[in-house]
Design a protein around this ligand. Structure first.
Ligand SMILES: CC(C)(COP(=O)(O)OP(=O)(O)OC[C@H]1O[C@@H](n2cnc3c(N)ncnc32)[C@H](O)[C@@H]1OP(=O)(O)O)[C@@H](O)C(=O)NCCC(=O)NCCS
Length: 190
């Protein structure tokens, strides 16, 4: 890491640390202002609730209308792209890297990391405490159940849950029928 990069990281963690724990909702505005110049992309209003941890912000993009809940962990080392109107409930982790462990002779923490980007497409809902691991794409409109560990791609509009996450069911398709939208509940606070 160059001296310039070190200064940039120290600047990020210091500035973000000042606003990280401020209470929602006023804190959301200050967090947005601090994160805007540091994230790879931040388009439109995005709500970052209190105590969201972000590592490698230069690899993290979030699109308009999304909400990152309390105590979430976002890791941009391998790339993390979050689409529009995405809901990520509290205590979820999105981790785009693993420690290398090919050798028993070298401590794991000293082995090269393996990385792969995570992509969360538009209109996804990630339940509380879910873990999304490196290389996973969660398709548009999908739902990840609370506490799930997601190790493989999630199909659009599917509902997955469990450890490892498996398909529970598909969301009903109301795009052609004349049904009332939102029968699974109106939008809540998160
Ligand atoms: C995934 C979820 C949306 C499914 O809701 P639902 O469609 O009403 O599902 P049901 O309760 O009818 O359960 C259907 C099946 O999925 C299973 N299931 C539900 N949620 C699950 C989860 N998180 N992990 C594993 N399995 C789950 C149920 O056990 C049931 O299995 P069965 O058919 O073998 O009995 C919901 O369970 C969930 O996890 N919501 C997240 C809540 C949350 O994090 N809120 C934070 C505020 S944003």
């Amino acid at each position: 890491m160059t001296l310039g990069e070190s200064v940039w990281y120290v600047g990020f963690h210091f500035a973000y640390g000042l606003v990280k724990y401020l209470p929602t909702l006023s804190g959301d505005v200050l967090r947005y202002a601090v994160l805007k110049p540091f994230l790879k992309g931040l388009r439109g209003w995005v709500s970052f609730r209190d105590n969201v941890t972000i590592w490698f912000p230069e690899g993290v993009s979030v699109d308009a209308g999304s909400m990152i809940g309390e105590n979430c962990f976002l890791d941009g080392f391998g790339g993390l792209t979050i689409g529009r109107d995405v809901l990520i409930a509290h205590n979820a982790s999105l981790i785009s890297e693993d420690h290398g462990f090919a050798s028993r002779r070298v401590p794991i923490r000293r082995q090269a990391k393996t990385t792969a980007p995570i992509v969360i497409e538009d209109d996804v809902w990630i339940g509380c405490g879910a873990r999304i691991l490196k290389g996973v794409t969660v398709g548009r409109g999908a739902i990840v159940g609370a506490g799930s560990v997601v190790t493989t791609d999630v199909a659009p509009y599917s509902i997955v849950g469990g450890v490892p996450a498996r398909v529970i069911e598909m969301r009903p398709d109301d795009t052609t029928a004349e049904t009332e939208p939102g029968h699974r509940g109106a939008a809540g606070s998160d």
